[in-house]
Design a protein around this ligand. Structure first.
Ligand code: SF4
Length: 342
């Protein structure tokens, strides 16, 4: 089986080139073709010798996913249904904004964390994405944007990224490398449901990224109901891991809080949240939950959202309200479910 060129770091490609008797500088040329000229065809790489191109063709493949479907929201958000080499389906979402273009990346096919509010949880967990399948999403998104720059990457698509730890870390290293995509660390956010030991491992890698935690309730009983992972890693352990993470990390942590009608937006919920945020250097991102067919929860009204925002006003400087994008095409937070999975 051929190796995947999109999961190589420059040092790895250099070692390969030396092993076949080629010069080291060829690695730079090849990465320039892939990451600057956006080529996914070795035959196009005319600065390489014909022999080397033939050798690359026989040893490596790109295996880019096929874009099966593209849904464009009224607000410009675009959801892509991608088909992988084994016919597994994932989704990625491009969210344009005035100053930035954000790609929401998937890390797994399905997800086994089974959060009650999430459409992805309704799918069977099939497998982790390989590093090259994560990188390929960025590659495709940059090609789709053409002359417009892709500025931000968020691991908030299908799957729990920290359950695919090694491939995630390798992919981020490739994303940040100056010979590859050269993304600034503050432009990459990893969002987790709270896999406590992996939060610690992530801090220990020394990798610079932004961390977001999908919290959704600071009440242990309610969080367990909403997110079964909280039975294994309770809020007390999560909080400790976040405080430790923050000591080693460069950026403030973001707590994501999806507001659900009659569930997590009362006064007691606000008080529990304020207490939880207390000793963590963090920001809070409030998001109105989007209804998902077949799930038991309801979206709150505008007034209910406003009331909860006011209850959280004591933490004013740290609280933001994120409007969900792409709701009409089911590309908003928690709505990704690769509808055409077969
Ligand atoms: S919210 Fe995230 S971790 Fe939870 S089921 Fe959905 S994709 Fe998995």
């Amino acid at each position: 089986m051929t190796k995947k060129i999109l999961e190589l770091l420059p040092t790895e490609l250099t070692n390969y080139l030396i092993s076949i008797g080629e010069k080291e500088y060829r690695a730079k040329q090849i990465f320039n073709w892939i990451y600057n000229k956006r080529s996914s065809d070795f035959n196009e790489m005319t600065s390489l010798s014909e022999n080397l191109r033939e050798r690359l063709n026989s040893d490596f493949s790109f295996n880019l996913p096929i874009i099966e479907q593209k849904s464009i929201s009224q607000d410009g958000t675009t959801k892509y249904l991608l088909s992988l080499a084994d016919d597994a389906k994932i989704e990625m979402v491009l969210i344009p904004n005035e100053k930035k273009n954000t790609l929401c990346i998937s890390s797994q096919v399905g997800c086994f964390r089974k959060c009650e509010f999430c459409a992805t949880a309704t799918l069977e967990f099939t497998r982790n994405l390989e590093t090259y399948e994560i990188i390929a999403q960025v590659f495709l998104a940059i090609n789709e944007l053409k002359e417009t720059k892709l500025t931000n990457l968020v691991f908030m698509g299908m799957g729990e990224p920290l359950d695919n730890f090694d491939n995630l870390v390798k992919a981020i290293n490739i994303m940040q490398h100056d010979l590859c995509f050269n993304f600034s660390p503050r432009r990459i956010t990893v969002s987790t449901s709270g896999v406590v030991p992996k939060i610690t491992d992530l801090a220990d890698t020394g990798l610079k990224i932004k961390l977001a935690v999908s919290l959704n309730s600071a009440n242990q009983t309610k969080r367990e109901e909403l997110m079964p992972i909280s039975k294994k890693y309770p809020l007390t352990e999560l909080k400790k891991a976040l405080i430790d993470f923050r000591k080693k990390a460069s950026y403030r942590i973001t707590l994501e809080y999806v507001m659900i009608k009659d569930f997590n937006i009362g006064k007691e919920d606000a008080n529990a949240l304020i207490k939880f945020m207390g000793d963590i250097s963090c920001k809070l991102n409030l998001i109105k939950w989007n209804a998902v067919n077949g799930l038991k929860y309801e979206a709150p009204s505008g007034n209910e959202v406003e009331r909860f925002r006011k209850l959280m006003n004591v933490q004013k400087s740290a609280v933001t309200f994120r409007r969900s994008r792409g709701e009409d095409i089911e590309a908003a937070c928690g709505q990704l479910a690769a509808k055409n999975v077969h």
